[in-house]
Design a protein around this ligand. Structure first.
Ligand code: ATP
Ligand code: MG
Length: 331
């Protein structure tokens, strides 16, 4: 039997190079070996205020980007979280097995709520990891490819699985493993390399839809330092380190190889090479996206994905309902 892979992206904004290098680019490599469940986390997108029209557009966009990245919807199940109601149903069970203390310690919660008035923080933002754990548990996922920032939530899911299984003396829930790529696990903002590139907090982001001129301009004006060496040193040279990460992950080489390549280069030459690498990767990708975005492939993929996901999720939900003692009506 194939092992199971699951991953998702929230339709909260325009996808960034961080999303691409962190996860999107790698997903097609799993689809032959793994039974793959790849979804658009639209319920999670509601955890911070978002314009309904934008949410709608972003959702379509992510499906098109998934397909443009080389995912084949006959192999990978691509679906909307909201189209499989079992996610919300399992959430209402699992919300009882994660605790206020641990949820309040999550980095994402702390970061996203830090400028908010405590009394006006939506419950969904706080309980985000519960829904994410439900997403993962429903499919018995073995692996969850994510960027470094989401590792903590997968770890919490593992805690939840152990806690739940031990409380009910069962092995009904499977422990997932986060898969974080060696290079490109956390792409930083180009204008503030101490901050993660994030689609819902645009600052120094490269968007997957940016045109060539914009991409080049953003990379050429990326914040660096004044010492002229191209070496990886996250603490003292966060800007250069970030550009080295981008370059090496797009070229599929190690950081050391990238450092070697630019041993004698100046920042201008280096930045131009990074810009070339990004443009060479994104232009063909955008071409595929443009062919897909207005086609019927989006709906076709979502129907097929929903139907397959629903079968798997419903069977798991039934098992869990039984374990906790929810009464099953005999027909
Ligand atoms: P938001 O600001 O709404 O949280 P985001 O850009 O962080 O948006 P998510 O939908 O939260 O995107 O995450 C989608 C996937 O992209 C996750 O696996 C996440 O770990 C990964 N990811 C997000 N930002 C980066 C980044 N800067 N570098 C590498 N991976 C990233
Ligand atoms: Mg995020």
């Amino acid at each position: 039997m194939k092992k199971i892979m699951l991953t998702g992206i929230k339709p909260t904004g325009n996808l960034t190079l961080g999303n691409y290098i962190g996860v999107l680019k790698h997903l097609k490599d799993y689809q032959d070996e793994y039974e793959s469940y790849i979804f658009i986390a639209d319920l999670h997108a509601l955890t911070l205020p978002i314009d309904p029209k934008i949410l709608n557009q972003n959702t379509r966009d992510i499906v098109a980007f998934y397909l443009a990245s080389g995912l084949d919807f006959n192999k990978s199940h691509i679906f909307l979280q909201s189209s499989v109601s079992e996610h919300a149903e399992l959430n209402s069970i699992m919300i009882n097995y994660l605790y206020m203390g641990e949820l309040s310690r999550m980095t994402q919660f702390k970061e996203k709520s830090k400028n908010m008035n405590y009394s006006a923080i939506g419950l969904g933002l706080f309980a985000y990891p519960v829904l994410m754990a439900s997403d993962i548990i429903l499919y018995d996922a073995d692996i969850v490819p994510v960027g470094e920032d989401q590792r903590q939530h997968v770890e919490l899911t593992r805690d939840l699985v152990r806690r739940f299984n031990s409380r009910y003396n069962t092995d009904v829930l499977k422990e997932p493993k986060a898969i974080v790529n060696k290079t490109g696990k956390r792409i930083m903002s180009l204008s503030d390399p101490l901050k993660k590139m994030s689609k819902s907090d645009p600052k120094g982001d490269i968007y997957l839809k940016d045109d060539e001129k914009t991409i080049r301009k953003k990379i050429m004006s990326a914040v660096t330092d004044s010492d002229c060496k191209i070496i990886y040193d996250k603490e003292n040279k966060p800007g250069i380190s970030n550009l080295l990460t981008i370059y090496s992950s797009l070229k599929d080489i190690s950081i050391e190889e990238a450092e070697k390549e630019f041993e004698n280069a100046n920042y201008g030459t280096f930045k131009r090479a990074v810009a070339d690498a990004v443009v060479n990767e994104l232009l063909p990708f955008q071409e595929r996206y443009n062919q897909i975005i207005n086609s019927n492939l989006i709906n076709e993929a979502l129907i097929k994905g929903r139907d397959a996901a629903k079968i798997k999720a419903n069977a798991k939900l039934k098992e869990i309902q039984k374990v906790v003692g929810l009464y099953e009506i005999k027909q």
